[in-house]
Structures are given as C-alpha cells and as structure tokens.
Design a protein around this ligand. Sequence first.
Ligand SMILES: Cc1cc2nc3c(=O)[nH]c(=O)nc-3n(C[C@H](O)[C@H](O)[C@H](O)COP(=O)(O)OP(=O)(O)OC[C@H]3O[C@@H](n4cnc5c(N)ncnc54)[C@H](O)[C@@H]3O)c2cc1C
Ligand code: SF4
Length: 507
Amino acid sequence: MRDLRIILGDQLSLDVSALRDLDTERDTVLMMEVLEESVYVRHHKQKIVLVLSAMRHFASTLRARGVAVDYVELDAPDNTGGFSSEVERAVRRHRPERVVVTEPGEWRVQELIAGWASLTGTPVDVRADDRFFASRERFLEWARGRRGWRMEHFYREMRREHGILMEGELPTGGEWNYDAANRKRLPPKTRVPPRARFAPDAITREVMVLVERRFGGHFGGLDEFGWPVTRADALLALDDFITQGLPNFGDYQDAMRAGAPFIFHSLLAPALNLGLLSPREVCRAAEAALSAGTAPLNAVEGFVRQILGWREYVRGVYWTLMPDYADRNALQATRPLPAFYWTGDTAMRCLREVIGDTARHAYSHHIQRLMVTGNFALLAGVAPRDIERWYLAVYADAYEWVEMPNTLGMAVFADGGQMASKPYAASGAYIDRMSDFCSACAYDVKKKTGPDACPFNYLYWAFLIRQKDKLSGNPRLAMPYRNLAAWPRERAAAVLAEADAFLDAQT
Ligand SMILES: Cc1cc2nc3c(=O)[nH]c(=O)nc-3n(C[C@H](O)[C@H](O)[C@H](O)COP(=O)(O)OP(=O)(O)OC[C@H]3O[C@@H](n4cnc5c(N)ncnc54)[C@H](O)[C@@H]3O)c2cc1C
Ligand code: SF4
C-alpha cells in the first residue's frame, strides 16, 4: 500500500487536500470515531450525532467512488479511543509508505499529528487546508506589524483579493459596509418563514441510538435534530437560505424573538464547518441572488462579511495566537459559570429562552450568543475558560478555531482588545430594543435597582465600576465613564453590593 489518507471529522469535502492525487488502486482512507473527541468537552448530543452521521455518510460516498475506506466505528471492539493510538494501529494494519492528512482545525490535534511520524515510524505529509479563502500564512502576512487587528480592514483586503462584491477596484454599490441598515428590530407582525430541516435517515437514527446509549448524560436533546448530514442536503439547506432567509438577513440580523430562534439566519455554520459546503460556493450563491434581484445589497454584503470577513478572520486570529491565546484573561475574571447555563433555570427570560433553544436545537444565532449569554458572562465576570468550554460544548457548529476567538475576543474581552475595540457590554435596554423578551420577564427592564430590576442593568454598571482601571481610558467607553464620574460614592457601592448579592445567589 502507498498512502494512508486520514480524513478527520470536520474534513468531509471531496476536494479536501488529503484526498488530492489519491490513487484508488494503492491508497486507503482512514476515518476514526474516537471517544476522546466526544468527551474532551461534553458536547451537545446533536453535535455528536451530526459529526458521526456526516462521517458515516461521507465514508459511503467515498466507497461508492471506488475508494477503500478503513472506518473505525466508536463501538468497534478494539477501538482505543484516541487519534494517535488509532493511527498507530492503522499503520500496523496497512503498513503504508506514508500518511497523508490535512491540517486540523484545532491546536490540540495539531500537536497530536506532530507526533505521528515518530510514533509510527512512517513519514507524515501534513497538507494545508485550502478550503478557506486565506491560508494561515496569508493571515499572518496581513497581521504582521499591525497593532490592533480589525476585521473590517482584513475583510476589505479579502474582498479585493477574491473579487467578491467588487466592481473593478470599487465595492459593489459604492460602500464596503451596509451595517448601519442592518440593526432593525423585528416588527411583531413580520412573519418568520419555516426553514428546511432534515428528518433523520436510517444512518442518523442508528447514530442517535448510539449517542443516547454512550452520551445520554450530555447537554441537550435529540428530538429536534434537523441538521443536514450529507452534501446533497447541505445544498438544499443553502438553497433554502438563499430563498427564505437571505432577502431579510441584513435587516434583521441582530433581532431576537421568543420562540423563533432562527429568524432569517442561514443555519449553515454546521455544514460549513464540517466541510459539506464550501465558503466560496456560499458567497457565490449570495452574489448570484444579488444579480438576480432576489436579495438586496445590504443583506448580501452583510452575509458575505460573516463568511469572507468574520469566519476567515477568527481562524487567522486563532492560529496566529495559539496556544497562549487560550489562557488570556485580561479582565481577571474568576467567577464560575452559573449552573443555569446548563439548565436554563432562571427567571431572566432572555437567558431562559436562549439557553432553552440551545438545548433544543444546539443553535443560537450570533446576537443571542454575543449579547445574551456572552454579555451576561462578561458582566458577571465568569472565568473565560469556563464560558469558552460552554460554547464549545453546546453548539452544533462549535470547533475551537472559530469558537475560541469569538468567545475570548468578542464575548468576554479576555484578549484585552486584540479583536474588539471595546467590550460588548450592554444593559437590559439593548436586549429590550432588539427582542420581545422583556415584555414577559419577571424583571422590569426599566428599573435600575431593586429586587425586580433587570439584573443586566446593575450588572452593567457594576462591571464598569470594577473594571475602571482597565477600561476607563478606552475612548469608546468615554460616555458611560463620564456618567459614572458624576455618581456619589454611596451609589456606586450600593450597585456593587446589589450585583454581588445577585451573582452569589446564581452559583
Ligand atoms: C461567543 C460566540 C461563540 C461562537 N461560536 C461559534 C462556533 O463555535 N462556531 C461557529 O461557526 N460560529 C461561532 N460563532 C459565530 C456565530 O455566532 C455563528 O457562526 C452563527 O451564529 C452560526 O449560525 P448561522 O449559520 O445561522 O449564521 P449566520 O448568521 O447565518 O451567518 C452566516 C455564516 O457566517 C459565519 N459567521 C457569522 N458570524 C461569524 C463569526 N463571528 N465568526 C465566524 N464565523 C461567523 C458562519 O459560518 C455562519 O454560518 C460564535 C459567536 C459568539 C459570539
Ligand atoms: S428584563 Fe432583563 S433579564 Fe428580563 S428579558 Fe429583559 S434583559 Fe433579560
């Protein structure tokens, strides 16, 4: 045998570099379901079902194309449960001349791969993951010598470089960014369309039984599982988004409504991150909708910015700053994650709704993550590593390369401003403006203090008071700090005491 070609669980693309120049006569593909990957954080059951089912479907696609696949199932009697030990075992089985693998999405796995050549005594060819627009080196080249890394600057460079939404040297429509048009509240009468969900087929149902048996105690339920697990279904999901979601994606990108977790979002991150869709085809589909006149520019630009901008940018941040990035804690936050993040058992309706939807669907959209669960963790001073592990555990799209910078850099400002120019801290007024949660909450969003005051209100001020030394020099926080400067000392002390009493009761 010539090559052992390894396909990891989030590399399910026929054009992934590890499959390039594959010789079906002489090469074997190795795919492994290993226990270690399901339990290093206790992933939502839907996430485990999604990955294992998509892997099994991908293996049958390869076999149908005449590729020899050595597939190690989770329950295989001699499965050792770890990547390295499984690769070692497979090398003993097949005696390949070399091992070929595409670079992984996680630092931890990259470290494992680095040890495979000496572990197996076989050369290992680690290939770049060119499914992204920007290679790791390309990001580094952009970042080198810049003090603050701002996504917007990187995004413009990517637009030019890849000719997306460009007319010659100029951005389509004359502006780079239409965000100002994208912060609307969802009017109560606006109908949110039902979205394409995919009923579990026989393979997925079999995996569901396995996951209930092996990981029954993990967070979340399987009843609402509807994620695409094949490329064909992922393409249907893309089509559904382009027709049902994209036209309103821009306008209501930040809006939240109780009982409607998806609004007009794409729900494509799980398929994109597994490799069932490519970021290029997704951007092209959005551009085509603009050309056809079925989606407006603010929606298409807003969507392209998420993929070509944010998704590429956070990957660059991750690979450039790891492994130290994982331990950043610029605000020295130490509080443990409140238990209600796992149960949804809280009188705060915004958090109850978002955590409840997370358990049901392994999904929340960006603003629910950033401005509800993230904002609360920031204001409460939850230890960054605790909240970061929570995000990695609970979402179907969660992989460390994309989740960690979003959590540490965007949600809880643990990197001290490497990614965001100020913390995304907000009082209840923001949540009230962008959602209908507050109208039926046990707390009163208009009240600043007292037992029925919205906790986000006093937590917000307590956060600013506590972090004064670190944040008062930030020009983007000048206004609230000017406001605070006029407070009598007793008022500040009372707010701090109220915030502490509330938080102590949560853990
Ligand atoms: C604290 C926190 C944790 C997050 N963890 C993850 C994660 O583990 N995995 C993940 O894919 N995204 C993560 N995000 C980013 C974003 O919230 C999700 O990509 C998005 O909610 C997925 O839903 P969607 O596919 O409907 O996205 P849409 O709103 O429809 O956006 C379209 C696509 O753009 C990309 N995208 C949008 N925003 C971002 C972003 N900030 N960073 C990277 N890509 C983005 C995604 O691929 C997404 O599918 C996180 C955000 C925050 C604030
Ligand atoms: S009142 Fe406060 S706690 Fe209740 S839903 Fe609104 S923001 Fe959340």
